[in-house]
Design a protein around this ligand. Structure first.
Ligand code: FES
Length: 338
């Protein structure tokens, strides 16, 4: 049994197979609906059911509020049609043209950037390059069908090596391997490019970027991409971390701002240690933005990092006037990133 789904804004139709989510059916039918976690947590896949009925499975849905649910919104990554539907959804321009591929890669270089962050440079076979949009991620394919997701930190044009920032988690399936066993020339299988967190280039609006921890990786890709394309957009880059050592590429971010009048770099520490001798901003990074901007209308926000930070931004920035459609986020759920 299958159901017909009509995309109201375009009057286009696609079909969902039995037990298929709206998102899975859309992606299969070349509709680039936005999504992030695909497990009901981040809210990126939210859209509206205009008519028809859906059902959810057992997974807890933390990415949608009761109020949104009652006003017809649904998480398309979890909602399965049980009748024909008419829906309203945003579509992502750009990623549909990029082929998602599985490729072998070799670890070309490993750098320790801090006590718990590694930078890996992966080299694809000589005849291969991975085309991606600044901000997207790849999956590293592990044994037994497991996978771990990591944002690409290099700009798309600078694609000789794929750069990843790996944070260490105790017991993390991939990070334990990366910190203790992996060496240069180790082989890794990857799949990508993935995700709908990428720079929207058709706009001139000023950008506020908010990175938490290794959420700096895709932000670095976006900034370097803009720099490589003669940056003309104003960027306020906020990077939140616990202590000074967690700002693992602080000098690089500072150099962007020192050399470019369009970039403003604001590092924010939540728990600076005495040894840090920190004289910069402190507290939660999203609060630093809120105290700097009385009105966020007219800005676009790109944010990547831990789910509580991303959720706080989605809520408080909209209350401060930011248009909901202008928040682009990538929420680091623990499981895919360990
Ligand atoms: S993609 Fe649906 S909630 Fe994250």
């Amino acid at each position: 049994m299958s159901f017909t789904i009509t995309l109201q804004s375009k009057n286009e139709i696609f079909t969902a197979r039995e037990d298929e989510t709206i998102l899975a059916a859309a992606l299969r039918s070349s509709h680039s609906f936005p999504y992030g976690c695909r497990n009901g947590a981040c809210g990126s896949c939210k859209g509206k059911i205009i008519s028809g009925n859906i059902q959810y499975g057992e997974i807890p849905l933390t990415g949608i509020t009761e109020e949104e649910h009652e006003t017809g919104f649904a998480l398309f990554c979890q909602a399965r049609p049980i009748s024909d539907l008419i829906i309203e959804a945003r579509e992502v321009a750009g990623v549909g043209d990029l082929a998602i591929r599985k490729l072998p890669s070799r670890v070309a270089k490993i750098e320790k950037l801090s006590h718990d962050v590694l930078r890996l440079f992966l080299k694809l076979p000589a005849t291969e390059r991975l085309q991606f949009l600044a901000g997207q991620y790849i999956d590293i394919l592990l044994q037994n069908g497991k996978r771990r997701s990591f944002s690409l930190a290099n700009a798309p044009y600078d694609d000789e090596f794929l750069e990843l920032h790996i944070r260490h988690y105790d017991g993390g399936l991939f990070s334990e391997y990366a910190f203790h066993k992996m060496h240069e020339k180790s082989l890794l299988r990857i799949e990508g490019p993935l995700g709908t967190f990428f720079l929207r280039e058709e706009s001139d609006n000023p950008i506020i970027m908010v990175a938490g921890g290794t959420g700096f990786a895709p932000i670095k890709s976006i900034v370097e991409h803009l720099l490589g394309n003669s940056l003309k957009r104003i960027i306020y880059l906020y990077w939140g971390a616990r202590g000074r050592q967690d700002l693992y590429l602080h000098e690089l971010a500072k150099s962007w701002a020192d050399q470019n009048k369009y970039i403003h770099y604001i590092p924010v520490l939540s728990e600076p240690g005495k040894d840090d001798q920190w004289q910069g901003r402190t507290g939660f990074v999203h609060n630093a933005v809120l105290s700097d901007f009385a009105d966020l209308s007219g800005y676009e926000v790109y944010t990547c990092g831990p789910p509580p930070m991303v959720k706080a931004i989605q809520k408080t920035f909209v209350e401060r006037g930011l248009a909901e459609d202008y928040i682009y986020s990538d929420s680091f759920e623990f499981a895919p990133h360990g």
